[in-house]
Design a protein around this ligand. Structure first.
Ligand code: SF4
Ligand code: SF4
Length: 86
């Protein structure tokens, strides 16, 4: 989960640069999420914000994103055992 404090954000543009998944953009001089589903909760944006304008709840986001990505890429239907059980 990521959230921005608009009062603290100066629109410096650092967080969109460090985000590995293109989750953040700058609009009207403030950071805002554009692809929130792609956030892996890595915390890079928070770590690099000099103005303490970002909060990231680091949880299972990274693992969840990897699993989701694997499922979307997978051509295997069901569990993949080959027995046709599901
Ligand atoms: S790094 Fe911080 S101050 Fe800079 S644009 Fe992002 S949220 Fe705003
Ligand atoms: S936590 Fe990581 S993936 Fe999520 S917005 Fe910040 S830099 Fe991007």
């Amino acid at each position: 989960m990521i959230s921005f404090n608009v009062d603290k954000c100066t629109g410096c543009g650092v967080c969109p640069k460090v985000c590995p998944h293109g989750v953040i953009t700058i609009k009207d001089g403030k950071a805002e999420p554009v692809n929130i589903d792609k956030c892996i909760e890595c915390g890079a944006c928070k770590l690099n914000c000099e103005f303490d304008a970002i909060d990231v709840t680091v949880g299972t986001g990274c693992l969840s994103a990897i699993i989701k990505e694997d499922i979307l890429k997978s051509k295997v239907k069901g569990c993949g055992c080959g027995d046709g059980c599901c």
